[in-house]
Write a protein that binds this ligand. Sequence first.
Ligand code: IPE
Ligand code: IPE
Ligand code: MG
Length: 225
Amino acid sequence: MIAPKHIAFIMDGNGRWATKQGLPRSAGHKAGYEHIPDVLKMCQELGVNVISCYAWSTENWGRPEKETTFLLRALENHLPRFVKELHDRDIRFVHSGFRDDLTAKAQKRLNEAVTLTENNQSGVFNFAYNYGGRAEILHAARQLLAEGNASHETLEQKLEAHLWTAGLPDVDLVIRTGGDLRLSNFMLWQSAYACLHVVGNYWPAITREDIEAGIAYFNEVMVRV
Ligand code: IPE
Ligand code: IPE
Ligand code: MG
């Protein structure tokens, strides 16, 4: 088995997971966040060192305020503990998404997470929060235009260098929980050649077998292409 270099997770189904058990949607988000370290460990054991997790999209702000506030507070209050655990395991934290329009506290937490872990070497955790794939590409293109020095030959590399994932390998495998065969504007540039594996389990209930099945599918495809 070849381990994918980079798996990107679309962490969908927190709300349905909670509703199924008669709990409020927020309980699903809480359980979903708490499950991230387990998934990271499983991936590392399977030889995958770069993990992206889609936690909140630029489109998700259209949800009820109660839900958006709950998730923002969760980030503000619990990110440091999670990042400390990453740091202890020598994993670098990367944030993909717009920081400027978040609360000052959330921005501070994200900045601290990036700075604390920037020299770590054993793996990368890319947290996509307030993220949109098209918006990321447009943001990079605007920066290039502002610099005004993008020659045609090097345009692709220069654009990549302005993505939030600059320096990370392309995504080999996208795993989406919750059953929908849909990309939801996630890492459109980086996933251009990724395999897509959709599992029925909701994010808080994703298992090691689900990840192994995704990796097996990736291997099946790679021997053919
Ligand atoms: C995914 O779970 C997490 C976020 C988008 C924040 P959802 O909240 O979309 O849960 P479902 O898909 O409605 O069950
Ligand atoms: C995808 O979940 C985005 C995240 C996991 C953050 P959504 O529940 O927002 O997906 P769609 O786009 O509505 O299907
Ligand atoms: Mg959803």
